[in-house]
Design a protein around this ligand. Structure first.
Ligand SMILES: *Cc1c(COP(=O)(O)O)cnc(C)c1O
Length: 382
């Protein structure tokens, strides 16, 4: 039997993953040039990128974007180790792998952390957060906007309000939500937000960003635990010279500039987030119709990535399912991050509702091919 194979604009399988993700052809095409890192043409492009990133969160004159070479985690580590001083104490709100990663960063950097952990399908307990803020000498709060482990949307506005009420500084890992879910500096108070080039702005990987409240950043001199991840030094150097301290990923930045153009042309956060929400709805409705169970309740689901419970039927062999789906042009995340037996399908990147419908149809065909009769998970939904 021959099956039709889905493909991106460049003929590649579609990435239904949380990033790196499928990008437009143009985003890759604009990189076929050379630029010097101190060249005025490149630096102008870089300046525009930094200004636009700040504009995505309506940061205005009070905020500055500091780029950080590397993947998103480099930006998160730079944010935590630059903003939380040695004598500080950060409350980490953890409900997945990225929260755990922040904890590890703090351990290595010798930063005191208080952890409020909830299960991966459960948002933080705000009453407990309030009790911790009132009873401990906490200086900063760290929260993940969309915890990509499960796809859960954390209540960032409520967390910001609590932090503000108790006079604590908020640091946000917005990585997988940035550009798709609203985050507005005029409406909620934060000192820093971390994002990266290869998520919802649909660029290629290689650069992180921390959008910083300038007054808070100015007070961080000497906090950093490494030379490379020192946001204060990176910022001061831009102020002095307009240039990166160390070799920037020039092609990534030029490509990201194009990605931002396409993001704005699509209508910014409302347009991009709207397409992802539709992708997510098509995916969840289609998978439910086939019999799959999403891990999260609908009200907790961010339109970024969806976790489905692993069916108990022994004929559902995940690796075979994954391979067959890839043969049809759909690449899903090849493993589980959650504690629960599950697999994940992303709905971000240069993907459209019709392609999500195609993915669901391919999954239906594969289930028939594998002879899977029931998609009931092993244990009843928690
Ligand atoms: C993708 C992501 C990161 C960064 O991961 P990298 O692999 O370093 O790019 C951090 N936090 C969240 C919530 C993410 O989704």
């Amino acid at each position: 039997m021959t099956t039709e194979r889905a493909a991106s604009e460049t003929g590649d399988p579609l990435l239904l993953t949380p990033g790196p993700l499928t990008t437009s052809k143009r985003v890759k095409e604009v990189t076929v040039h050379d630029w010097g890192s101190r060249d005025a043409t490149f630096l102008r492009i870089n300046d525009a990128v930094l200004a636009r990133m700040r504009d995505v969160v309506h940061g205005g004159n009070e905020f500055v974007t500091v780029p950080m070479q590397g993947s998103g985690t480099f930006a998160v580590e730079a944010m935590l180790t630059t903003f939380v001083p040695r004598e500080g104490r950060v409350l980490l709100l953890v409900n997945g792998a990225y929260g755990h990663r922040a904890k590890r960063i703090c351990e290595i950097a010798g930063r005191q952390a208080v952890v409020h952990e909830t299960p991966e399908d459960t948002p933080p307990n705000l009453a407990e957060v309030e009790r911790l803020l009132a009873s401990q000498p906490i200086t900063h709060v760290f929260a993940v906007h969309c915890e990509t482990t499960s796809g859960i949307l954390n209540p960032i506005a409520e967390i910001a309000a609590l932090a503000a009420r108790h006079g604590k500084r908020l640091l946000i890992d917005a990585m997988s939500a940035f550009g798709a879910l609203p985050l507005d500096a005029r409406e909620l108070a934060f000192d820093a937000v971390a994002a990266s080039s290869n998520k919802c702005i649909e660029g290629i990987p290689g650069l992180g960003f921390v959008i910083c409240r300038t007054t808070a950043l100015a007070a961080t001199a000497g906090n950093a635990t490494t030379l490379t991840l020192d946001l204060h030094d990176q910022w001061r150097n831009f102020e002095r010279t307009g240039q990166y301290r160390f070799t920037p990923p020039i092609h990534v930045i030029v490509s990201f500039h194009q990605a931002l153009e396409e993001f704005l042309a699509e209508g910014g956060v409302a347009g991009r987030g709207g397409r992802y929400a539709e992708n997510c709805r098509v995916l969840i409705d289609g998978m439910r119709a086939l019999g799959f169970e999403p891990l999260l309740a609908d009200r907790l689901q961010a339109p970024i990535i969806v976790t489905f419970r692993m069916p108990a039927d022994p004929r559902f062999v995940f690796q075979a399912f994954y391979d067959k789906l890839k043969d049809r042009g759909y690449v899903i995340y090849p493993g589980k991050l959650t504690v629960a037996e599950s697999f994940r399908i992303g709905c971000i990147g240069r993907l459209y509702p019709d392609q999500m419908r195609g993915a669901v149809a391919a999954i239906g065909d594969i289930l028939r091919e594998m002879g899977v009769s029931s998609l009931k998970p092993a244990k009843a939904a928690a």
